[in-house]
Structures are given as C-alpha cells and as structure tokens.
Design a protein around this ligand. Structure first.
Ligand code: MEV
Length: 311
C-alpha cells in the first residue's frame, strides 16, 4: 500500500488581490490534513472511495471534468502511462470542505504523490504543484495558484502569481486562532464577484489591490523582523478592504468582532470569504480564551496554531 498526506493552509494576508498579481502570505496548517491510500484493486479500473464527499465508484463513472478524475488521469498522462494498473484509492481528510483551508488542494497534492509513488515514478514538487494547479482551476475558475503552492511545499509562502515560490523567515513565533463559521465558502462565486467589481471600475480596484499589496509587504517585514504585534492592525486593515470587496459576511464579521473583543491583536477573514474561516492574532497565553469566545460567538470549530520557522 502507498500513502501520502498533505496539510491544510491558511492565507495570512492578501487573498483576492493575489488573483490580480499582488503578493500574498500563506502558511501550512498541519493540524488538519488530507490522506490518500492506494493499493492494488482486485477488480479492473481505478476505484475511488472518498467518504467525506460521498464518492465510491470507478472513476470513469465520474463526469470528465470532476477534479478527482482529472487529477488521476493527468498524473498517468504526465507519467506517460496509458494503461494504469487496477487501483483502489481511499481519500480521507480532516480539512473541512470549502472552509478556506485548502481542502481541495490538499486532496490533489496527496493524491498526486500517492499515485506517482505507487507506480514508482515520484514527481518533483514543481510537477506536483503544476498538476494540483490544474485541479484548482476546476474548483475555482481563475485561481492564483497560492493554495496548491503552499500545500505542495508545506512551508510559509510569499506568493506572487506566475513567479517562482519564495518563502519567508519567521523571526519570532506568533499564535493564531483559526475559527470556522461552518458556512461553506463559495470561492468560485466570491472570486467571480470581485472580478465583476474590477471590470466595472478597474482604476478603483487596482488602487484597492495596491493597498492590499502594501499591507502584505508590511506584514512580511514585520514577520521577518520579529515585530509581530504590528500584524494585528495590518490584519484589521486587510479585513476592512476585504469587506469593501464584498467578500465578508455577517458571520465572519461577528467572529472578527468577537475575537477583537476577547483581546485579539487583530483579526480578518481568510481565503475566499462569504463563509469559511477567519483568523485572529493572539498572545499565546490568551489563545484558549479567544478560541472559547469565538465558539461562544458561533464558530463551529477553532484551531490554535503557532507559526514558526520550522513547521
Ligand atoms: C482562496 O484560497 C484565495 C483567493 O485569493 C483565490 C485565489 O487566490 O485563487 C480568494
């Protein structure tokens, strides 16, 4: 049996503007992960069992554009294998689907790695990333590529669309509480709506995206020089810009306010928005208290994570 695992991710700063070429910062979240097991199948074909998304079938019965089918077919095409062996694939994940934590990217990355090792042809990170990006296009329409990149390399990423991956140093560890609204984040829809705003007034939105880009640069500098307290106001400023992009929601705003009320140094939504997760920067000693305040304000789940050099 071959297995592979990939972490979740969280965008610290710069979502949405990253689709328009501005930088964004993201880190892996190892508390949640997607896991894939591959073994020989007694029956011909490639069988997928993914209980969390209620899939149990042979892949040719999935629509041709289904992300799982596409990933599997693309892996074998890339490897030049025209008749793959009969396989049984089991996919499980602790990353909530459509929560902004990169569940789709993590499943793709783990699946690509498990399949390529099962046929003894492991792929490079660059190839894994490129294949996972193809699947992201099916999930999101016009993805920047940040989710598959941070999940593939599993390290902090300063991401600019179309540029080679850059990581960043974390001079002093900092603690985040990630809280889930429990409402699915319709990333394709929120990305599409931001595009409509941009198309209607490119001058205004390009300036807005520049502002986000400035926040991302300032945040990277604060992280790299250990001035982590400066991240709080930067998170608040980024959230205000995301509200203007119409990608927040009453539930996200309620959690952001609850976090600030519980002493967080700053808070913002994370990922596509309209649902999914938000983040709060907290003193490590106050993390538990902030997490319970967030649950009392309606969060369905909270994760406390420390961002440090070696994750
Ligand atoms: C989704 O995790 C992040 C967005 O910026 C979309 C993207 O970058 O593809 C909203």
């Amino acid at each position: 049996m071959t297995t592979a695992s990939a972490p979740g991710k969280v965008i610290l700063f710069g979502e949405h503007a990253v689709v328009y070429g501005r930088p964004a910062l993201a880190v892996p979240v190892t508390q949640v992960h997607a896991d894939v097991e591959v073994e020989d199948s007694p029956a011909p074909g490639i069988w997928v069992d993914a209980p969390e998304i209620s899939i149990r079938c042979e892949i040719s019965s999935l629509p041709a554009t289904h992300a799982l089918r596409t990933v599997i077919e693309n892996v074998f095409r890339t490897l030049g294998i025209s008749s793959p062996p009969p396989l049984q694939i089991r996919i499980t994940s602790t990353i909530p689907v459509a929560s902004g934590l990169g569940s789709g990217a993590a499943v793709s990355v783990a699946l690509i790695r498990a399949l390529s090792s099962t046929v003894n042809r492991p792929l490079s990170d660059e190839q894994v990333n490129a294949l996972a990006y193809e699947a992201e296009k099916l999930h999101h329409g016009t993805p920047s590529g940040i989710d598959n990149t941070v999940v593939t390399y599993a390290k902090p990423v300063y991401f600019v669309r179309g540029q080679p991956i850059q990581t960043f140093n974390v001079a002093r560890p900092f603690t985040l509480v990630i809280a889930d609204t429990g409402i699915p984040a319709p990333t394709r829809e929120s990305v599409g709506d931001v595009r409509k705003l941009w198309e209607a007034d490119k001058t205004k939105w390009e300036a807005m995206f520049d502002e986000v880009g400035g926040i991302v640069q300032a945040a990277r500098e604060a992280i790299e020089t250990g001035k982590t307290k400066e991240l709080g106001p930067l998170m608040d400023a980024n959230h205000a810009l995301l509200q203007e992009m119409t990608v927040s929601s009453p539930e996200l705003d309620r959690l952001v306010l609850a976090a600030r009320g519980a002493g967080a140094l700053g808070a913002k939504l994370s990922g596509g928005g309209r649902g999914g997760n938000m983040l709060a920067l907290v003193e490590p000693t106050e993390a538990e208290q902030a997490a319970s305040a967030l649950r009392a304000a309606g969060a369905k789940n909270t994760i406390i994570t420390t961002i440090e050099e070696k994750q």
